[in-house]
Design a protein around this ligand. Structure first.
Ligand SMILES: O=C(O)CCC(=O)C(=O)O
Ligand SMILES: [Fe+2]
Length: 349
């Protein structure tokens, strides 16, 4: 096996059984979803869904946060720290990402999902690698599938980048995706740096962990579903990476986060981005920041398209190959031993 393959294996989030296109299925005007899709919803949990009027995720004004000198800085800085500890999710406004870049990315990503199936087939996942169109983490034929087509691609570091897959994307999408990912990485680093400050970490420590780290893009498409209460757009999970920045390509809501034992809907504000803490940031913060469970629900008459940029650190990404529970046992032992964040990060699976 070549060195390159070794590297790809190390970062592989896992193989996935090939799942068919839900978008194609939804075109067939079926009344009932096929038997692979109904999930067992936990009635109690569903009844506890809070509406946005009751409670909503914090909103952070990044212009004030990044300006650093303005009077409102400390209030935004405190809001960020509290949001990371208590919610693990927040929306950011005034993030400074060029509006026309966002509009271009939105247009090109929407067109991408609307390509003819013959074109999309060329970009479908392969048995041994889950990059491309498909679903993640499908490990058995008995497992329920999500009502979602997702396109997943590694962006950084360059030696893990699947150039063959990338080259097959429409040229216009390649260009916007590249520009979009550069901006997302910069934004993620700026947010992580403020988090490091709030956690009283060494300034270079946190940026050093991620600046040459892993970045990937996931674009999800949840088509309208004839039985939305039985299906799941994306099953409850916490993100395995460090930080996720999510941009909604349309206005349909459907992302729900766990808060105090209930599901809370996130209503994306216009021009806002949704940010969440992943498992790696929970680890880096010694458990102070929370990687919160979330899920995507589907609707009967509207589709939903969130696009996510994820950043992580290779070394810690490898930990996901051992059960996180096992990792945390070791991790907490080291923390109790007085090890620094950096030493904990060096812990090998
Ligand atoms: O549906 C969403 O907005 C969230 C998707 C998600 O959590 C994921 O892809 O990891
Ligand atoms: Fe997620």
């Amino acid at each position: 096996m070549s060195t390159e393959n070794h590297k790809e294996e190390a970062i592989n989030l896992g193989r996935s059984l090939i799942a068919p296109s839900v978008q194609e299925l939804a075109k067939q005007s079926i009344k009932h979803i096929p038997p692979e899709y109904p999930h067992q919803h936990d009635q109690d949990q569903d009844q506890m869904l809070l509406s946005c009027d009751d409670v909503s995720v914090p909103v952070i004004d990044l212009r004030s946060l990044f300006a650093n000198t303005s009077e409102s800085y400390s209030s935004e800085f405190n809001k960020l720290h509290t949001a990371c500890k208590e919610w693990g999710f927040f929306q950011v406004i005034n993030h400074g990402i060029n509006e026309s870049l966002l509009a271009d990315f939105k247009r090109d990503a929407l067109n991408f999902f609307n390509l003819p199936m013959e074109e999309k087939k060329k970009l479908w996942q392969k048995e041994d690698n889950n990059e491309g169109f498909g679903q993640l983490f499908v490990v058995s034929k008995e497992q329920k599938l999500d009502w979602c087509d997702m396109f997943y691609i590694t962006i950084l570091p360059h030696d893990l980048w699947k150039s063959q897959l990338f080259q097959k994307l429409p040229l216009i999408l390649r260009q916007t995706l590249e520009a979009y990912c550069v901006e997302m990485k910069k934004l993620a680093m700026a947010i992580l740096s403020q988090m490091g400050k709030a956690l009283e970490m060494d300034e270079d420590e946190i940026t050093g962990l991620f600046h040459d780290g892993y970045q990937s893009m996931r674009m999800n498409h949840y088509p309208p579903c004839p039985q939305p209460n039985m299906a799941m757009g994306i099953s409850p999970h916490s993100d395995a990476n460090a930080l996720t920045i999510l941009y909604q390509l349309n206005t349909t809501d459907g992302l729900e986060v766990r808060k105090d034992g209930k599901w809370v809907t996130i209503k994306p504000l216009p021009n806002a981005l949704v940010v969440n803490i992943g498992d790696i940031m929970e680890i880096v913060s010694n458990g102070e920041y929370k990687s919160i469970k979330h899920r995507g629900i589907v609707k009967a008459h509207s589709e939903r398209l969130p696009a996510k940029s994820l950043v992580a650190k290779h070394k810690v990404a490898n930990f996901k190959q051992i059960p996180l529970e096992e990792f945390f046992k070791e991790y907490f032992a080291r923390k109790l031993d007085g090890k620094s964040h950096l030493e904990i990060m060096k812990l090998e699976g």
